[in-house]
Design a protein around this ligand. Sequence first.
Ligand SMILES: NC(=O)C1=CN([C@@H]2O[C@H](COP(=O)(O)OP(=O)(O)OC[C@H]3O[C@@H](n4cnc5c(N)ncnc54)[C@H](OP(=O)(O)O)[C@@H]3O)[C@@H](O)[C@H]2O)C=CC1
Ligand SMILES: O=C(O)[C@@H]1CCC=N1
Length: 271
Amino acid sequence: MTERKKIAIIGGGNMGVALANGIVASGLHRASDITLTRRNLRSLESLAQEGFHITSNNEAAVAGADIIILSILPQQLNGVLDAIAPVVDPQRHLFVSIVTGVRVADIIQRVGKEVQVIRAMPNTAIAIRESMTCIAGSMATEENQALVRQIFQAVGETVEIEEELMTSATALCACGIAFFLRSIRAATQGGTEIGFHAGDALRMAAQTAKGAASLLLHFQSHPENEIDKVTSPKGCTIAGLNEMEHHGFSSAMIKGIKTSSHKAEQLYKNE
Ligand SMILES: NC(=O)C1=CN([C@@H]2O[C@H](COP(=O)(O)OP(=O)(O)OC[C@H]3O[C@@H](n4cnc5c(N)ncnc54)[C@H](OP(=O)(O)O)[C@@H]3O)[C@@H](O)[C@H]2O)C=CC1
Ligand SMILES: O=C(O)[C@@H]1CCC=N1
């Protein structure tokens, strides 16, 4: 269905490049269907050799595309929208924004045209097509919602949410990658203190974390169900787990997620 659509990714940074590579790896589009933009093109040159189009000219990229994926920082958005607004055609263009903290209404207002906008919040696991992407855009047509779902489904899992929950999704799923990685790093440091070389400890901790997440997804069970299977009575797991809780393990994660959600809400307003 999306085979013939042309895509412009405005902002070929971490996420823009990972998304472009993921879409092509999934077979949904060819590299030649995708244009990536950024001001400094040097880091995109290898992509050009793979068949992607690269340019610093956002207006030209938009004019040549059907789907416009906004992948710039919140503080860079207004300048870009002002520049591309004259070439935006609401009959042709579908906007997909992964920009944190920016509402659909903000984009429509800045562009000054009734263009369709769908928000998506992927995470960096998009690079290996394992993203958890939250999508909001119920004002767009069913066809366009399906189109966007298809793109992000090609690079991981998707869930549709109300737009008002988008900054919460940012904290839980996008920032969440860093939270889980930090907990793996902490486990690695613990592992080193009890006898493993750092590299071995990291591999052991990462595979253990992957196993824990896979148990939940495979059995569709609650974490406490799986924890109950690990914690032998008077055993070593419950002793360690309770020690962590005495030091605020769950509380730290909850407070961090709330802080990130609040910050995500502020990013565009304070740009
Ligand atoms: N990183 C993450 O985990 C996630 C990020 N997001 C959101 O996605 C967006 C992108 O994040 P991320 O990829 O990490 O950020 P990056 O800073 O890596 O990418 C932003 C890119 O935009 C380019 N850019 C800046 N100004 C312009 C312009 N005027 N025209 C064209 N390109 C421009 C920059 O390149 P240059 O300076 O060369 O122009 C840069 O490559 C942000 O809004 C972020 O909040 C969403 C989910 C997860
Ligand atoms: O830290 C940030 O602001 C971006 C948005 C979500 C993940 N990274």
